[in-house]
Design a protein around this ligand. Structure first.
Ligand SMILES: Cc1cc2nc3c(=O)[nH]c(=O)nc-3n(C[C@H](O)[C@H](O)[C@H](O)COP(=O)(O)OP(=O)(O)OC[C@H]3O[C@@H](n4cnc5c(N)ncnc54)[C@H](O)[C@@H]3O)c2cc1C
Length: 412
């Protein structure tokens, strides 16, 4: 066997999973199709990742948290969810004074860099870059991959973390449920004159959703989710036109608002694999569950899934068992599936309801916010789960972390 574990894809999920196994004596290989330079210094991609307390805890355990410059980490202290044209908001605040924030916002490229830098310090983790895995196969004794270069490598266990559109998951015959929302998220950073007070807004407006996520200083991550056919005109606007458009949508509560850097767009397609494992094979990260970003669970789940799988592997090692055994993988699948199915379908239902503009749906949308606001146990349950810090293996499913969207009509 060339390696114990081969991981396909060195995105944040693949890198963090590799790092979770770094302290074992396992020989690990990461295969990534992008060049090494883009792992060492990933480009800013417009994604600002809202992390739960559990993710922060896991990142600390894995040595990645301290590698992110503290000035780039922004606490989300309060969150407001608004509906349609109403100024009424569902508010989330810290459940206890001892918690500094509901969650933390960190640029995606810094998370990727932190995990790459961590992985690079561990000699038992090798990296092959600028080549894809084109074929893979597994049997009861071992798994093998073939690179675009023609080289074949073997391992006890093959793990795919090659994005929600994972080709290798497909080659292994694992089907997936996909939901195409026919919408695209346009994300960018915008500077503003006034402070956001570390408050995040999420508004399920009619025709589009808009988010305002507090970054450090007078800077926010703006997320506009809109029907696919309306995206091109927005991306083609010059900076001045774009600023005016966003100003019109957001109103003046942050003063003058202006674009910083580039606009990025992400078509919204959610994916949930029907299985997470096969013979000597497992999937983690978006390859297992690619979430709609509105509830900010994607990487949080990726980190959690990698942690769960690594935990099962370590337990197998401590008992002298083969890490590729079906029983080992099955436990990972059972635990993680329990978490992801609830969140995946729950998130898609929320998106379905809050993008439905029929009259009954509008009434339900408004009622749902009021119920959550006026029944403290419900709001407390959501908030406390949202800030959960317990052991990932025993945590119940996390609720939707409300990625803040501002009501564009609230002040204008
Ligand atoms: C707009 C937006 C906002 C988001 N906000 C949040 C948030 O607030 N909180 C949150 O938790 N999550 C959020 N997410 C989700 C988060 O970004 C993803 O869950 C996460 O990046 C997925 O990481 P990954 O490593 O699984 O996949 P990817 O980042 O897609 O990485 C896959 C890697 O595999 C490589 N690869 C692919 N095929 C092959 C192959 N055949 N051979 C070798 N390598 C291959 C690719 O080059 C890539 O590097 C957001 C996503 C979007 C789009």
């Amino acid at each position: 066997m060339d390696y114990d574990v081969i991981i396909i894809g060195a995105g944040p999920a693949g890198l963090s999973f590799a790092r979770s196994l770094a302290e074992t004596k396992l020989r690990i290989l990461l295969v990534e199709k992008s060049p090494l330079a883009s792992l060492k210094n990933p480009a800013e991609d417009g994604r600002e990742i809202a992390l739960t307390h559990l993710s922060v805890k896991l990142m600390k355990q894995l040595g990645a948290w301290d590698r992110v410059d503290a000035d780039s980490i922004s606490p989300i202290k309060t969150a407001k969810v608004l509906n349609g044209t109403s100024r009424y908001s569902l508010d989330f605040t810290r459940p206890t004074e001892s918690l500094e924030a509901l969650g933390y916002l960190i640029p995606n490229h810094l998370i990727r860099k932190a995990f790459y830098d961590e992985v690079a310090t561990h000699k038992n983790i090798e990296l092959i870059t600028e080549t894809s895995v084109t074929e893979l196969d597994t049997n009861n004794s071992f798994g093998s991959i073939t690179l675009a270069t023609g080289q074949t490598l073997t391992a006890s266990l093959i793990v795919s973390s090659d994005s929600r559109f994972s080709e290798t998951r497909r080659k292994m015959g694992i089907s997936a449920t996909m939901q195409d929302f026919s919408r695209t998220a346009i994300v960018c950073r915008m500077a503003h004159e006034l402070s956001h007070q570390q408050t995040a807004f999420e508004c399920f407006h009619y025709g589009k959703t808009m988010a305002l996520l507090p970054m450090t200083g007078n800077l926010s991550s703006v997320v506009i989710t809109i029907s696919n056919h309306k995206v091109e005109p927005i991306l083609k606007m010059d900076d001045e036109q774009f600023n005016q458009q966003v100003q019109q949508w957001f109103g003046k509560q942050l003063g003058k608002i202006s674009l910083v850097g580039k606009r990025h767009s992400y078509p919204l397609i959610a994916v949930h694999a029907d299985k997470f494992i096969s013979t000597r094979y497992a999937i983690v990260g978006d390859a297992s569950v690619g979430m709609h970003p509105v509830t900010a669970h994607g990487f949080n789940l990726g980190l959690r899934g990698g942690h769960t799988l690594a935990g099962e592997i370590k337990q197998a090692l401590s008992r002298g068992k083969d890490i590729g055994f079906q029983s080992v993988l099955k436990r990972y699948e059972r635990k993680h599936m329990r978490v992801t199915k609830f969140l995946y379908h729950g998130t898609n239902h929320i998106v379905g309801l809050f993008t439905n503009e029929t009259r009954p749906a509008k009434i339900i949308r408004s009622t749902a916010l009021r119920i959550a606001n006026n029944f403290p146990p419900i709001r407390h349950l959501i908030t406390s789960k949202l800030t959960e810090t317990g052991n990932a293996d025993f945590l119940p499913p996390l609720p939707s972390l409300p990625l803040p969207f501002k009501n564009p009509l609230s002040r204008s």
